[in-house]
Design a protein around this ligand. Structure first.
Ligand code: BGC
Length: 475
């Protein structure tokens, strides 16, 4: 009996202590944080739009401007040049002017680019417009996840940043359908003269939505504190965490900022920081050189290699989009539960197996059955639960505040450069080395990802951004 009373008393004391420390009284305002994160993640829809729109427009562009093979490759990849430039300048600009203002500028630039891509009567006009749109995408691809990481409570940060990836794959999936729908409005001649214009022009709808909604989100509180404006940051943090935790956050963020001076490029290469930068840059390159965009941009081409007709290959492309979407949702659910490292390991092991099997199927000529399709879908699923979402989560959280903007920019830029390299070299590789060797090269890169993840990636699940900063400082 006395034991029961003792236990009850202990429970009472524990509850009282919790109340005093404010832990039970103050839960983060997830409705507010999620809404704000969704707005920022809309940048990902534009990213997905630009990734997928070309798959529908390419054939018509080719006919309209009488493009040769090299020009066709350029028609696909020219926007990536804009993305590289946009991500490169995103860090310096957003560290200086703030995340929100630069996101607004990027949305505007995207709008100009996408509308201008719909209007030209020359190929030169087309690719200049695409590069302008790409500039906007490059900026948002770095800033949307960064903004979400800076606004999120530690416990849900993975999920909120991964919303960006969900937006990307939703964008890709929707565009596959919109492209198909647009072609239903006219005959072949209309497709060549006008359908592609609508495909690009339609981007103005999500672009405008993103632009308008951005005016309603707050500036990143972490950026404000770094800029010595804690008074402006406090009300935003109070909205997220409640009064007491917000004050503690301000102090923690200030403390970490105090320990680091400057935020110069030189600081990026200081011991500790160097390792964080290496992790971000290598993972960004690996996300691309394991071949995902060979599938995203060229899925119909790959399926045609298996001997299938144009229509069937289009349907299978839509299946790829669907699997990508479903497994990204799964990743969102898992990233804060099982952690970044476990997801990366499982996904990259599975990608290695799938790519090896696809290569084998081509090598042995067993491509008429469903094996290639099944393993491509499995490969996309494995990418979606791992490298797809987790790259953006890791990039947005591993760098210390003073260099975060620049370091995220370098990682994101590496991703775009690697994307450009893969998408330019895939068609010639396919025709010279053949599909088996091409997929084995990607498979080898997936194996490198397994080893790199195992040896170099730290687990950051549940840690606050400030705890992660301290972790690097100890290395
Ligand atoms: C990658 C894109 C890719 C997309 C596919 C993103 O994380 O950065 O290059 O097209 O995933 O879902």
């Amino acid at each position: 009996m006395s034991l029961v009373i003792k236990k009850e008393n202990e429970k009472k004391i524990e509850k009282q202590a919790e109340r005093q420390s404010g832990e039970t009284a103050q839960k983060p305002n997830m409705v507010f944080v999620t809404l704000v994160s969704i707005v920022a993640a809309l940048g990902g829809v534009l990213f997905g739009f630009d990734t997928a729109v070309i798959s529908g427009a390419l054939g018509f562009l080719g006919e309209r401007f009488q493009l040769n093979q090299v020009q066709l490759g350029w028609a696909v990849s020219c926007f990536l040049i804009g993305c590289i430039a946009g991500s490169a300048i995103s860090g310096v600009l957003s560290d200086r002017f703030g995340r929100k203002k630069v996101l607004i500028a990027a949305a505007f630039i995207f709008m100009v680019g996408t509308v201008a891509s719909a209007l030209p009567d020359t190929f030169t006009g087309y690719y200049i417009a695409r590069m302008i749109g790409g500039l906007g995408i490059g900026i948002t691809s770095a800033l949307s996840p960064l903004y979400n990481a800076e606004i999120a409570p530690a416990k849900y940060r993975g999920r909120l940043v991964a919303l960006n990836q969900l937006a990307i794959v939703t964008g890709i999936f929707l565009v596959y359908f919109v492209n198909l729908w647009i072609t239903s409005f006219g005959d072949d001649a209309w497709d060549v003269s006008s359908a592609w214009r609508w495909m690009f022009g339609v981007g103005a709808v999500p672009g405008l939505l993103f632009l308008v909604l951005l005016f309603f989100v707050p500036e990143s509180p972490r950026w404000l504190i770094k800029k010595g404006r804690p008074a402006e940051a406090l009300p935003i943090l109070i909205k997220i965490h409640g009064e007491q935790l917000a004050r503690e956050e301000v102090l923690a963020i200030k403390e970490v900022s105090k320990q680091e001076s400057g935020g110069s490029f030189r600081q990026l290469f200081m011991p500790g920081m160097r390792t964080a930068l290496m992790v971000g840059v290598v993972l960004a390159a690996l996300q691309q050189v394991t071949g995902i965009n060979a599938v995203m941009y060229y899925a119909p081409v790959i399926f045609k290699e298996t001997g299938m007709g144009a229509n069937a290959s289009l349907i299978q492309t839509i299946m790829v989009g669907f699997v990508n979407l479903v497994f990204t949702l799964l990743s969102l659910w898992l990233v804060d539960k099982v952690g970044r490292k476990v997801l990366l390991l499982i996904g990259s092991i599975s990608m290695t197996v799938c790519l090896t099997v696809i290569g084998l199927a081509f090598q042995t000529g067993q491509t008429s059955g469903p094996i290639v399709l099944i393993f491509i879908l499995l490969y996309v699923a494995s990418f979606a639960i791992s490298l797809g979402a987790v790259l953006w989560v890791i990039l947005s959280e591993i760098f210390p505040a003073p260099i975060r903007g620049k370091a995220v920019a370098i990682g994101t830029m590496t991703h775009w450069v690697a994307d450009y390299a893969v998408s330019q070299s895939f068609p010639p590789l396919l025709s010279t080395a053949g599909p088996a060797v091409t997929f084995w090269i990607f498979g080898f890169m997936a194996l490198v990802t397994v080893i790199f993840t195992w040896r170099a990636i730290p687990e950051t699940k549940g840690k606050s951004l400030e705890e992660i900063e301290t972790m690097w400082a100890k290395k």
